[in-house]
Design a protein around this ligand. Sequence first.
Ligand SMILES: Cc1cc2nc3c(=O)[nH]c(=O)nc-3n(C[C@H](O)[C@H](O)[C@H](O)COP(=O)(O)OP(=O)(O)OC[C@H]3O[C@@H](n4cnc5c(N)ncnc54)[C@H](O)[C@@H]3O)c2cc1C
Length: 460
Amino acid sequence: MPSHLHTTLSTLLPELDIISDPDTLQSYTSDWTRESPVVPEMVLRPETTEQLSTILTTCNSLKQAVVTQGGLTGLSGGATPQMGEVAISLSKMRGIIELDRKGQTVTVKAGTPLQEIQDAADAAGFRLALDLGARGNCSIGGNLSTNAGGNQVIKYGMAREQVLGLEAVKADGTVISAMNQMLKNNAGYDLKHLFIGSEGSLGIITQCVLRLHPKTRGRQTALCGCENFDSVVALLQQSQAGFGGVSSFEVMWSGFYRYAIDHVEYTRDPLQSAHAYYVLIELEDDGSEHAREHCLEKLASFMEQGLLADVVLAQSERESQDFWNIRDSIAEILGLLAPLANFDIGVPIKHMEEFVKRVERELHARYNNLTLIVFGHLGDGNLHLCASTGKYDDKHKIYSDVYQISADYGATVTAEHGIGMNKKAYLSLTRSEAEINTMRELKRCFDPNNILNRGRIFDV
Ligand SMILES: Cc1cc2nc3c(=O)[nH]c(=O)nc-3n(C[C@H](O)[C@H](O)[C@H](O)COP(=O)(O)OP(=O)(O)OC[C@H]3O[C@@H](n4cnc5c(N)ncnc54)[C@H](O)[C@@H]3O)c2cc1C
């Protein structure tokens, strides 16, 4: 079938970029997890929505399964090909279509790297309120299809909240153009939400309209040391009440912090002593001296109240970047700990401390040579745990152990990265049977031949 597909597409779209040489195909065998890589039958790289529509119409009539690939930074195996699949890469559908200063929107092609959009917004005096460590490689289409979270969710919400409109192509080639540019539009169903967070299972996103926010004039970055979890929670609440503009509140358990400082080359510890928890707080303000003084006063009062054991406020952009380097060193840590079980669990804050303690206790009792590091976006109830014994076999057992524990705390098995292939077995720990059956009905309606990202999230 793939050779027939190749011939058909070459005839219908002579200009289409079709990759079939074995060496080049190696770059398309897996997402960032590098888990269970599979060489796709071929890679198709359309440049326009019309080309993509023709590709899908053809694949649908041949019942050829396809996998959509953006920047391949996904962490759930969703973009990793399965045997016999053809990969559709959005890498040639890239670029800013329009930046509307009056409407404060930017319209982009789905294959555009997130950072490229952030930079374009910045150059025009705005900001895109979506940011994550993979910003240089991930694509906006991938961000929307996974409803990515990241570092500013506490203030601006997830990827979904940044989208005003989008265009997507359904499995049968139908183009759904819902390129709304307005904040309010209640004319019937808001179909964009079906494509956001559905991990490429209902259609391929080709373009989108994103909201922009005014660029804030100043920011303060504080790195804090706390001695117990109650102080961390109190610090979150007091910061939100006292500062107003908290855009990030990232918590690192001491194991994560020490691992980052000791193992990642470009990190350094700016604090005087060791603590149980480290918190990176970012505040947005008007950039005035008064705002900085207010920030210093508040931090001093938090210290007097005993919420903070230590704090350092960045004096420069460079110092702020140094603090963020500790948190962002997760990109290197993932490589250092491989093979590892990498979690993006969502846990209600009231259960977080106990949940982590139980995971630490039970995993250390069960596994030798375990490295377990924990960090998270506390305000979003989102915890990342990375656990590794260095043994591939242990990794799968650890996944099962931790997800079973998480079920006792009303957790979600994925707060950010999505289900993909890797968490499929655990979907029912988070979603009811009725929910999963409704998802199946939607999938059958949008993609009756089950050609789009087949077997991701659930089996139909
Ligand atoms: C260092 C690092 C840090 C990260 N930090 C975060 C974080 O803070 N928050 C977070 O949420 N994630 C994070 N991630 C995970 C990842 O970056 C996100 O999931 C990202 O949104 C994936 O984008 P991508 O373009 O790389 O998608 P891919 O990996 O290519 O694909 C991911 C999924 O989206 C589908 N897809 C891709 N493009 C489209 C499209 N145009 N239309 C339809 N479906 C599509 C794929 O089929 C697949 O199912 C991080 C990853 C790394 C490596």
